[in-house]
Design a protein around this ligand. Structure first.
Ligand code: B1M
Length: 220
């Protein structure tokens, strides 16, 4: 009964109950279904709802934190299966990933990392609130093909631009491609700062990265 399960997943995130979210994720895996469906139709819908409630003052920060903890608990259970499903694929390229300076949101970025990694990309995840200098240093260290910068706050979008400028200053582009994403950003912003691409969700991020490596459907 997936619809009921999806509703329960959403509610576990809205209520901010990690144990319940974990249990529902385990139940989903026991049924052998694609873990990404549980994220897209269940848990992520819940966290978006919680965010909207927070945005209009119907939910307070401690409750939002509890929702985020529940979301992380669910993803922790689903992640090994997501990675396993993609583990047989070939190496597609190296991606340095992180959240823009000043931004500590990482649920979406972690999801992007999991999907890209499961699909054959080698991911170097720098975590949250990453400076442009740290991005550049890692790109040079691992000889990356793509840099991905996530931003969830309107105030941290400038950090994405700063990373692109730093890559330019260091002569790393156009060889190294820069992609951006996160709830705050749009394709218009991507064009404005000269990013090589933007995606609205983790699945599109995968297609985008593959295309930039000349291995996607649009580049075939
Ligand atoms: Co905050 N927060 N938050 N928050 N939070 C938002 C972003 C907000 C929209 C909520 C709201 O007001 N409605 C709002 C931003 C407003 C704005 O700037 N426009 C906001 C705010 C204001 C804040 C604080 C300032 C609150 C405060 O302290 N007063 C504070 C900021 C802290 C900081 O960063 N300095 C804050 C804190 C927090 C928590 C710690 C409580 C928690 C984060 C926990 C964590 O991440 N570890 C939190 C959460 C959970 C949210 C919401 C509710 C959900 C974000 C999320 O995880 N979504 C969010 C509201 C919302 O987005 N509707 C909100 C689920 C996730 C799967 O989606 O992250 O969008 P998302 O990622 C997607 C895509 O965007 C895309 O793919 C992902 C998977 O499909 N994507 C990429 C993401 N990165 C990508 C990179 C790519 C490509 C695609 O390429 C590189």
């Amino acid at each position: 009964m997936p619809d009921e399960l999806f509703l329960a997943m959403r509610q576990s995130i809205i209520d901010g109950v990690p144990d319940r979210a974990r249990e529902l994720a385990q139940q989903w895996l026991a049924d052998g279904v694609d873990p990404l469906e549980a994220v897209n139709f269940g848990f992520a819908v819940g966290i978006k709802f919680a965010g909207d409630q927070f945005g209009c003052g119907e939910m307070f920060l401690p409750d939002l934190l509890a929702s985020a903890e529940a979301m992380k608990a669910a993803i922790k259970v689903l992640e090994p299966e997501m990675l396993k499903r993609g583990s047989q694929r070939e190496a597609l390229g190296k991606i340095v990933l992180g959240t823009a300076r000043g931004d500590i949101h990482d649920i979406g970025k972690n999801l992007v990392a999991t999907i890209l990694s499961a699909s054959g990309f080698q991911i170097f995840d720098l975590g949250t609130s990453v400076t442009p200098e740290a991005f550049v240093a890692k790109v040079k260290e691992v000889d990356a093909d793509i840099v991905g910068v996530s931003a969830l706050l309107t105030t941290t979008m400038a950090g994405q631009k700063a990373v692109i400028e730093a890559l330019d200053r260091n002569g790393l582009r156009p060889r190294v491609k820069a992609i951006i994403g996160g709830a705050a950003v749009s394709s218009k912003w991507a064009a404005e700062i000269g990013a090589d691409g933007f995606s609205r969700n983790a699945i599109d991020a995968l297609e985008l990265a593959k295309n930039l490596m000349g291995k996607g459907t649009a580049s075939a």
